[in-house]
Design a protein around this ligand. Structure first.
Ligand code: FES
Length: 167
């Protein structure tokens, strides 16, 4: 086994009891406290920025992991109403029209991402943020600022439940 010898200069690490030469104990403690506060401040600033930048990629990965959602018979919306649920992390709506047809659309506005609402009286989908409207049968954007249609999902009824899958 080789002998290990410690150099005096590398063996001693500064601490409050043995501050580096030329620095008082009080000065060393103040510098250490300022350093720790700086690290905490940098973390407090960097973490929200990281979360903001990572969120879209994380949501896309979560959404891609979900392949289907099953709605049981007893949760099925009555004709003329809609059921809001989540497909992965994304708000989604299953609209049961009065003629018996069912349409499933994402409930995220294509303008700036607000959650949209089905309005059965007008038979359209409304976004309260900036007044955008969509066709409740196709998801097509019909007025206001939304630049494109709502994303559609496949709807299948079988064995007493509704199966929602990606188009
Ligand atoms: S976010 Fe929906 S219209 Fe602007």
């Amino acid at each position: 086994m080789p002998d290990i010898t410690l150099d005096e200069n590398t063996a001693a690490t500064p601490d409050a009891a043995h501050p580096p030469e030329g620095v008082s104990r009080r000065g060393f403690i103040v510098q250490a406290a300022l350093g720790a506060a700086g690290v905490c401040y940098a973390g407090a600033v960097a973490y929200p920025v990281y979360r903001y930048l990572a969120a879209p990629a994380q949501q896309a990965a979560e959404l891609a992991a979900v392949k289907e959602v099953k709605i049981p018979e007893d949760k099925m919306p009555a004709p003329g109403t809609a059921l809001m649920f989540r497909f992965g992390s994304r708000p989604t709506m299953l609209i049961h029209h009065k003629d018996g047809t069912m349409v499933c659309l994402t409930a995220v506005c294509t303008h700036l991402g607000c959650t949209v609402q089905y309005q059965p009286e007008q038979d359209h989908i409304h976004c309260a943020c900036h007044g955008g409207t969509y066709d409740a049968h196709t998801g097509a954007n019909i007025s206001g600022p939304p630049p494109k249609p709502l994303q559609r999902f496949n709807v299948e009824r079988a064995n007493g439940e509704v199966l929602i899958t990606r188009v």
